[in-house]
Write a protein that binds this ligand. Sequence first.
Ligand code: S3P
Length: 171
Amino acid sequence: MKIVLIGYMASGKSTVGKELSKKIYIPFIDLDNFIEEGEGKSVSKIFEENGEIYFRKKEHEYLKQLLDSEDNFVLSLGGGTPCYAGNMDMVLNSDTTSIYLKASLKTLYNRLQKQKATRPLVASISDEKLSEFIAKHLFERRFYYEKANFNLKIDDKKVSDIITELRILLH
Ligand code: S3P
């Protein structure tokens, strides 16, 4: 079984993915970490030294490699992954179940405000501008996110509740 978790930065893809993987005994892979291992440097360093276009190219290649493999996994994508290089269609045409972890602007703002430093796309954006940035970004990106096999609202839900709902969807 291949499960793909989709959503904006800070929507909980990795936290939920790790927890789900433990519960259903399928290995967890975080695409950003997979890219970091393959490239030998952090996503922030790749953005800084090679630029975003290079990152998007590599992101596509590593995603393809995983989708083409025989392995089972719970895979959390990066927030931008579905929106570039035909990646969302590639996911939809593969033998996977995809789920969009759908968070409101308010939830994303509250979480991202605290976690900006580790995220190159928002690291230099002031708190005043952050909400508008996320709103615009979400407007562009949800077109791709909402193509996922399932859309699951996660606002105000505990991780354990999200896992329960996911397991029902996957049944
Ligand atoms: C990105 C999200 C990040 C990472 C990169 C770009 C984006 O992943 O892939 O910084 O374009 O939204 P997370 O969603 O895991 O933070």
